[in-house]
Design a protein around this ligand. Structure first.
Ligand code: FUB
Length: 324
């Protein structure tokens, strides 16, 4: 069985992989990176993706099947540009794909699309999820069947433009000694197509029980939310963005608060780092990406998988992002 990281797809650039087990198979929902020719900037304009492909595997070492285009930006009536990180949830025989895309006024919204099959194709709803904003939706199903969406991303992800879920005239930046801008968590409606409540702030505390500060760039949330449960605890993991770490924080409820615990993955080749964590056939795996195969082009990434291990106390063993 695998120990070393493995790139999963050749001939197509893929990033931000969200992995789930459906019907005993592993399905991966990544972003589909393309060469758009748009120069790199802090707004992320160079990530100009237009569709999603779905991949599946019977075994972690086995062949990876590309199921082709599952959703295209042209099929989303309200969409403008930039289809970023996606995720999928399952309920009552239907599969729900969530995707952030800028609307025609260049504001990120989160959309939902539905299929009878985990590989799609997915039919988009006519409008974005009401009250949605920013990027990187990750949908977690708790053991009682309730689904929660985690979302948000700074800078090009536009999270800094919102206060109490309301768009602000100008983006704001807390001072270094003020609490950092939080990710958001929200309960999903029974039909999984809308929010069931107002999104709440997801607070990450330090070892003294204080919220992480905005100046704590090595630990504060930036983007790439993911939630998984291990031994009854809720593990919220995320990217620190400009310090290029994947970190995690642990709590007792899907809403938190969460206490910062450490680094899952050290920096990889490329600016972004983004992941999912999934148990498959009794082992835990980290799905993530780097830009090594494209020679370091930030916007052309390749997804990979590596085994993830826990210590006895439930902490996660740090993985070397440069390991071959
Ligand atoms: O793939 C576009 C953006 O890059 C994602 O939404 C971020 O999390 C980062 O990986």
């Amino acid at each position: 069985m695998m120990k070393n990281p493995r790139y999963l797809v050749d001939g197509l650039y893929t990033a931000d992989p969200s992995a789930h087990v459906f019907n005993g198979k592993l399905y991966i929902y990544p972003s589909h990176d393309i060469e758009s020719g748009i120069p790199e900037n802090d707004n992320g304009d160079h990530f100009d993706m237009r569709d999603y492909h779905v991949f599946s595997m019977d075994d972690i070492d086995g062949e990876v099947t590309d199921h082709g285009v599952a959703l295209d930006v042209e099929d989303v009536p309200w969409a403008g540009r930039q289809m970023w990180d996606t995720d999928v949830a399952h309920k009552n025989g239907k599969y729900y794909l969530y995707f952030p895309v800028k609307d025609k006024t260049d504001i990120f919204r989160i959309g939902a699309a539905v299929s009878d099959k985990p590989e799609g194709p997915f039919i988009p709803e006519r409008h974005p999820i009401i009250g949605s904003y920013s990027i990187d939706p990750a949908v977690f199903e708790d053991e009682d069947g309730q689904h929660y969406m985690y979302f948000g991303g700074l800078w090009g992800g536009q999270l800094q433009r919102y206060l109490n879920n309301k768009a602000q005239e100008c983006g704001f930046k807390p001072a270094d000694d003020e609490p950092s801008l939080p990710a958001r968590v929200v309960k999903m409606s029974d039909d999984l197509l809308e929010f069931a409540e107002e999104p709440k702030s997801l607070v990450i505390l330090d070892e003294n029980g204080e919220p992480l500060k905005a100046g704590d760039h090595d630990r504060r949330f930036f983007e790439a939310s993911w939630m998984h449960k291990y031994n009854g605890k809720y593990y919220f993991s995320y990217s620190t963005g400009n310090t290029h770490l994947l970190c995690y924080a642990v709590g007792d409820s899907p809403y938190g608060p969460f206490t910062y615990k450490g680094v899952i993955l050290t920096p990889v080749v490329g600016w972004t780092t983004h992941h999912s964590i999934c148990e498959f056939k009794g082992k835990w795996y980290l799905f993530h990406h780097d830009s090594k195969p494209s020679g370091g082009k930030t916007w052309l990434r390749s997804m990979k998988v590596t085994e993830l291990e826990y210590n006895e106390d439930g902490s996660i063993k740090t993985i070397d992002g440069m390991a071959e």
